[in-house]
Ligand binder design. Structure first.
Ligand code: MN
Length: 294
C-alpha cells in the first residue's frame, strides 16, 4: 500500500497514477490533549486506521495524483535521523571535491561521525518547493532512501531491525555546504524532502537491494543501489537505537551515493527508488538572504 498526504491534509491511497481519498479513516486517530505523545499519530494508530482504509477503498473517490498537492506523508516525526558518509563512492567524491566537505579531512567511516539530526521544521513534501536561503552558498541535492519507523525501537538488534520499519519513501537531504555542523547547514526550512508517499514495507522485499537514481533537469546525476550502503538499513536502525529510542514516524535518511551537485532556482529534481516510487520537486529562491555577520 502507498499512502500520501495531500491538499488540505487529506489522506490518500496511491494506486497507479490516481489518489483515492480515504480521509474519513483519520477519525480513527484519537484526539490528544497536551502533552502530545511522542510519535506520528497516524503511524502510531495505523492498525486501526488501515482497517478503516480498507473499508473505504472500494467506494473512495479518485483523482489523478498529478492534480493534487503532495505534502510530507509523515508530518510529525520526533526526529529526522541522517547518515553521513554512508556510500564509499560518495566518500571518494567528497575527498576529490573539497567543497563538499568544506575541507574536512576525516572522511573515514560513519562510525567516526555518528548520525546527525535535521530539524523537523525542514520537512516538506514533493508538492512544495525547495527554497534556497543563501545564494552565496553552494546548495546540493542528496538523493537517499528514507526509512519510516513503524514501532518504538530501543536497542534493537541487526537481525530484528526490519521488524521496526513501517515503510519507505524517497528522501532528499538538501545541503548548504560549509564548515558548520550538519544539523545546522542541513536544517534550513524545506531542506528535508520526504515522499511523495510512503510505500509500506510489504511492497519492498529487500531495502538493502534497491536501485536509486536522481535526475536533475532531465540529466541522470545519481545512479546507485542500496546494496552499496556502508551501514545498511538494519545496521542504521541498530546503530541509531543504540543511542536513542526511535518512535513511530521517525525518518531515517540513509545517506547518499556519488553524484551530488549544486542546484539553482528553477531546477527540477526527479528521484526514483525501485519498489518505493518516483517524484519530482522544484528548486526556488526563497529569501535572497544575507548571512548574519560575525
Ligand atoms: Mn545526506
Amino acid at each position: 500500500m502507498r499512502f500520501c498526504r495531500y491538499d488540505n491534509d487529506r489522506l490518500g491511497i496511491v494506486q497507479g497514477t490516481d489518489v483515492l481519498d480515504v480521509s474519513a479513516a483519520l477519525s480513527e486517530i484519537p484526539t490528544q490533549r497536551w502533552p502530545i505523545a511522542l510519535g506520528d499519530p497516524l503511524i502510531v494508530h495505523w492498525d486501526r486506521v488501515s482497517v478503516a482504509i480498507k473499508a473505504l477503498l472500494p467506494n473512495a473517490p479518485r483523482k489523478p495524483i498529478a492534480s493534487v498537492k503532495l505534502y510530507s506523508p509523515v508530518p510529525n516525526p520526533t526526529k529526522i535521523v541522517n547518515a553521513p558518509i554512508n556510500y564509499h563512492d560518495h566518500i571518494a567524491e567528497s575527498k576529490k571535491d573539497t567543497a563538499i566537505a568544506a575541507g574536512r579531512t576525516n572522511l573515514t567511516h560513519i562510525s567516526d561521525w555518528g548520525l546527525f539530526l535535521k530539524a523537523n521544521s525542514a520537512l516538506i513534501g514533493f508538492g512544495e518547493e525547495i527554497k534556497l536561503r543563501f545564494d552565496t552558498r553552494r546548495n546540493d541535492f542528496e538523493c537517499e532512501l528514507a526509512v519510516i519507523i513503524g514501532k518504538t525501537a530501543n536497542r534493537v538488534s541487526y537481525d530484528d531491525a526490519l521488524d521496526y520499519v513501517f515503510g519507505y519513501s524517497l528522501g532528499l537531504d538538501m545541503t548548504s555546504r560549509g564548515k558548520e555542523l550538519q544539523c545546522w547547514r542541513k536544517s534550513i526550512d524545506t531542506f528535508a524532502v520526504c515522499g511523495p508517499w510512503v510505500t509500506t514495507k510489504d511492497e519492498v522485499p529487500d531495502p538493502n537491494k534497491l536501485d536509486l537514481k536522481l535526475w536533475q533537469n532531465g540529466e541522470l546525476r545519481q545512479n546507485s543501489n542500496t546494496s552499496l550502503l556502508v551501514y545498511n538499513v538494519n545496521k542504521l536502525i541498530e546503530y541509531a537505537s543504540s543511542f536513542y529510542t526511535l518512535y513511530p514516524g521517525d525518518i531515517i535518511f540513509t545517506g547518499t551515493p556519488a553524484g551530488v551537485g549544486p542546484v539553482q532556482p528553477g531546477d527540477v529534481l526527479k528521484p526514483s527508488i525501485q519498489s518505493v516510487g518516483e517524484g519530482e520537486v522544484r528548486i526556488a529562491m526563497g529569501y535572497h538572504g544575507k548571512e548574519i555577520e560575525k
